[in-house]
Design a protein around this ligand. Structure first.
Ligand code: DC
Length: 226
């Protein structure tokens, strides 16, 4: 068992995991793993290479040959920038097409297995905040603190809509809600490491909470567990 502390923050799409994890990592000056970006990266690479998103064997061989680099952030607490074949691909990963592709490849056990070591390698001193769907159940089952964030699907769709609008994207709220619910269903119903709270996770319903109060609640859980 590793002595490096880990806080896992899991939950459905647009539950605020990414924002909260990044703030907590920043407060502690810890490393930060955005595990969803690895699944998005697989989706992107599959599109680029013409690999079928349901072809598990082909995806697993593709992952083994991917030229992925993590550019160290300028400061701890910031997200690591991902490079595919020497190019920063962050921008290309952040759209609904890649979110859906990620959710499809993430349903395949072989793909999840192929990404396991890559994710566990982020566990380095002084500590790690890991955001995803199965951080507390599968990737870091011995995490020091496990958080599971919830919010109604309408509220999550509104948050995602606002986020994409701010980026200047042309988006539609009801289409976002439909995609989000379809993605949640796929993430929850898959056999391999489905989205669910670990038994020892603290569950926080963020529907009516602002970012600051969620962060305070996570920090309070951390303090009370020490
Ligand atoms: O967090 P995100 O929206 O970037 O994740 C994209 C998809 O990747 C999500 O629908 C499910 C999958 N995923 C996963 O299965 N396990 C994780 N730990 C993170 C993401």
């Amino acid at each position: 068992m590793s002595s490096v502390p880990v806080i896992t923050i899991d939950g459905p799409s647009a539950s605020g995991k990414g924002t909260i994890s990044q703030i907590v990592a920043d407060r502690f000056a810890w490393h930060f793993l955005d595990s969803g970006s690895l699944y998005r990266l697989c989706g992107l690479a599959a599109y680029k290479q013409g690999v079928d998103l349901d072809d598990e064997a082909a995806l697993v061989s593709m992952i083994a040959t991917l030229n992925i680099e993590f550019a160290l952030p300028e400061a701890l607490g910031q997200a690591t920038k991902i490079c595919l074949d020497g190019q920063f691909v962050e921008q290309q990963l952040r759209n609904e097409r890649m979110a859906t592709a990620a959710s499809r490849v993430a349903a395949l056990a072989g793909v999840r297995q192929a990404l396991l070591t890559l994710q566990r390698n982020f566990r380095q001193l002084p500590g790690l905040v890991a955001d995803g769907r199965d951080m507390g159940t599968t990737v870091f089952p011995d995490a020091t603190l496990k958080i599971f964030l919830l919010a109604s699907s309408e509220e999550r769709a509104r948050r995602r809509y606002k986020q994409l609008k701010e980026k200047g994207m042309d988006v539609n709220l009801s289409a976002i809600l439909n995609e989000l619910e379809a993605r949640d269903r796929r993430d929850r119903e898959r056999v391999a490491a489905p989205l669910r709270a670990a038994e020892d996770a603290e569950i926080i319903d963020t529907t009516a909470m602002g970012i600051d109060s969620v962060v305070e609640k996570v920090l309070a859980c951390w303090e009370s567990g020490r």
